[in-house]
Design a protein around this ligand. Structure first.
Ligand SMILES: [Ca+2]
Ligand SMILES: [Ca+2]
Ligand SMILES: [Ca+2]
Length: 265
């Protein structure tokens, strides 16, 4: 129940409400309830969530309130004014319930808190309806408290920034397999370096050093359309050869012997 300080203020307020009501009503006259009436009278924002009407808490306008009969049928409907006030007039004695329909982002506060029915909220939290009550000639204690939105203003999730699309080959680290082949047995062998997962067209440079490399042992290779580069470096003796590809952080020693190498798994 919204309490007024003085009768004079109340009269002034009632006049204002009437003028507002007439101004707002499409036909100039309100059908059903109004913000003044015998059955009402307040929908408020329960800022501290205690289910009680505190001095500093304010009303909420624009909340639809329906007066329902015992069977749940709507008898009258009104909307709270800018101060959260509503009321139904010309209500015959009987059993009724009320149905408060809040704005979408607000939910109902605790019902029936404390001992003073003029200070509590009578709407069920689940559906905004009151329990049926018996009415006889004036009742301004039928109020509903609404809770502020659970969290502050909703911050839209950050827009997904366009992630630079890495080419598939760039997202997988290069894979390097070094082995050897007895290309011409008794004459020479080759160290075979296979590098996968490169960017197509990428160039890779490295060196092979050891007992008898044919040439200076430096090599470059270009990845094919599948991102694979294959390097073959000819050697003239068995022994340990060091393979180095600095830009891929690759160092490997391959022992070239007379036996046939086991193919990598
Ligand atoms: Ca409160
Ligand atoms: Ca109550
Ligand atoms: Ca109440």
């Amino acid at each position: 129940m919204k309490r007024m300080q003085t009768p004079r203020k109340m009269a002034l307020f009632a006049t204002m409400l009437l003028l507002m009501a007439i101004a707002c009503s499409p036909t100039g006259l309100l059908g059903g309830g109004s913000s003044s009436g015998d059955l009402g009278n307040w929908v408020w924002l329960d800022a501290n969530g205690d289910g009680l009407q505190d001095e500093e808490e304010v009303g909420i306008g624009g909340v639809t309130v329906r007066l329902l009969d015992e069977g749940g049928a709507t008898l009258q409907e009104t909307v709270t004014d800018g101060d959260g006030l509503y009321g139904f007039s010309d209500v015959a004695d009987g059993t009724y319930s009320l149905w408060f329909i809040p704005p979408e982002d607000l939910s109902f506060t605790l019902m029936d808190q404390g001992q003073d029915d003029s200070l509590d909220s009578d709407a069920r939290q689940a559906d905004g309806q009151t329990e049926p009550f018996s009415y006889s000639g004036g009742d301004l204690t039928r109020d509903a408290g609404l809770l502020p939105p659970a969290s502050g203003p909703t911050v839209p999730p950050p827009t997904a920034t366009a992630t630079p699309t890495a080419t598939p080959s760039a997202s997988v680290p290069p894979e390097i397999i070094t082995t050897y082949e007895h290309t011409v047995p008794g004459s020479y062998s080759e160290i075979v370096i296979t590098i996968n997962n490169l960017e197509p067209g990428a160039q890779v440079a490295g060196t092979v050093t050891g007992p008898a490399v044919d040439g200076d042992g430096s090599f470059t290779a270009t990845a094919d359309e599948y991102g694979t580069a294959v390097v073959r470096v000819r050697i003239l003796q068995f022994g340990d050869y060091d393979v180095s590809i600095p830009e891929l952080d690759y160092e490997f020693t391959v022992n070239v012997s007379s036996s046939t190498p086991t193919p990598p798994a």
